[in-house]
Design a protein around this ligand. Structure first.
Ligand SMILES: [Zn+2]
Length: 66
């Protein structure tokens, strides 16, 4: 008999949010990412998004006008 119990392991694995490769949660300093690279990529995305805040163009630039 083959006992195939789905998802019953001590070590959980999940797809990396960045590169979608299977990653373990245990012993992973970069979680939820699979590696430092993926983490940095994600942070980079964040920084880029923050840099271009939608609506910023809309706001009247009263302050920095000479
Ligand atoms: Zn990854």
């Amino acid at each position: 008999m083959t006992d195939k119990t789905p998802a019953k392991k001590a070590t959980q694995t999940y797809p990396c949010p960045q590169c979608k490769s299977l990653t373990r949660w245990d012993n992973n300093p970069w979680r939820p990412f699979c590696s430092e690279r993926c983490k940095l990529i994600d942070l980079g995305d964040w920084a880029t998004e923050r840099h271009a805040i939608p609506g910023d163009d809309d706001a009247p630039g009263d302050f920095e006008e000479f």
